[in-house]
Ligand binder design. Structure first.
Ligand code: NAI
Length: 303
């Protein structure tokens, strides 16, 4: 393949790579030549427990296929764990180029059944973990003027899934984190993008009909992760919904809205009256920074 996308000499961390999507991403990155840190705490889907066998099995698979990988068993959910993951990459392979923030847990419970501990534990893995690992890797990427970060969000966060308030809140937080990192990293060729996958894994097995299992293979997600990890990818601050073969950009759109000309004009009644204009998404914008949004919303200062 003349224009094959290769990741030779790139070092990648994939968090939560011992199973499901992370395993698939790690195999795909290694198949393109990346040296991969296969991080996994090896716990249960609800975040309890730990074991080394999940990460070890994926490292063995990568090596058996002729790839290069090392296992790491630290939790992403503490700054110390995150630094140890990055240290594994640097000590073993000399640097870090790619971080795929993928580790995740879920506790399926009704809104009122979520305990503070459920909430804290879930946010700790998805949101805090993505922050800790990305922050530990960022100085190395900034220094070398290359970095690719892939963040794993979810329609559960973007759209608000039922029975997963902690999960949804954490995944929406991951989007905000990714956007901040996208703007922080842009001057240094350190790009951050978000995936919103749909895949059959142990996390979703109870919800997937048997006839859809193959269609929802994690292997339908990993080519996008490889692309977003590559030098060829010049995208930054983007989000992609994916699954079953589809790769689709998704955005947080801003309508042109209705604009009152004076304080006196802007009343609750006027809002009710202008609702059609306020809700109309024709000619929407997709602001890439708070400044851009403020300019669009507030516009030029009136006399
Ligand atoms: P999974 O349960 O198969 O994989 C998650 C992996 O993360 C596990 O191997 C687990 O041991 C590891 N992990 C959990 N806590 C960790 C920690 N503190 N430190 C390091 N590793 C840890 O589930 P799946 O589906 O592969 O999930 C991967 C990511 O994709 C998660 O962030 C999930 O929320 C996200 N996602 C999955 C969707 C799906 O359809 N399967 C949909 C949307 C998002």
């Amino acid at each position: 393949m003349a224009n094959e996308i290769r990741l030779d000499n790139r070092v990648a961390i994939v968090t939560g790579a011992g199973a499901g999507l992370g395993r698939s991403h790690a195999l795909a990155l290694a198949a393109r030549g990346a040296k991969v840190v296969v991080n996994d705490l090896g716990g249960k889907v609800d975040g309890t427990g730990a074991s080394t066998s999940a990460a070890d099995a994926v490292v063995d698979e990568i090596k058996a296929a002729g790839g290069i990988a090392v296992a790491n068993y630290d939790s992403v959910a503490s700054p110390e764990g995150a630094h140890a993951i990055v240290r594994t990459a640097v000590d073993t392979f000399g640097t870090i180029d790619i971080v795929v923030n993928n580790a995740g847990i879920i506790r399926y419970k009704k809104f009122m059944e979520h305990t503070p501990e459920d909430f804290a534990a879930t946010v700790a893995v998805h949101l805090n973990g993505s922050f800790y690992v990305s922050q530990a890797a960022f100085p190395i990427m900034k220094e070398k003027r290359f970095g690719r970060l892939v963040f794993t969000s979810s329609s559960g966060g973007l759209r608000g899934g039922a029975d997963g308030v902690a999960y949804g809140a954490a995944k929406a937080g991951v989007m905000g984190l990714a956007f901040v990192m996208a703007n922080t990293g842009a001057p240094y060729n350190v790009f951050s993008n978000v995936i919103l996958p749909n895949a059959y894994t142990r996390m979703t097995e109870a919800m997937v009909l048997p006839r859809n299992i193959e269609k929802l293979s994690p292997e339908f997600i990993s080519p996008l992760v490889v692309y977003l990890s590559s030098e060829q990818c010049q995208l930054n601050h983007e989000m992609f919904a994916c699954g079953g073969g589809t790769v689709a950009r998704t955005i947080i759109a801003l309508a042109p809205g209705w604009r009152a000309e004076s304080k006196a004009e802007l009343s609750p009644e006027a809002i009710h009256e202008h609702l059609a204009e306020i809700m109309d998404m024709t000619n929407y914008a997709n602001p890439q920074s708070p400044d851009e949004e403020t300019r669009l919303v507030v516009g030029r200062r009136r006399k």
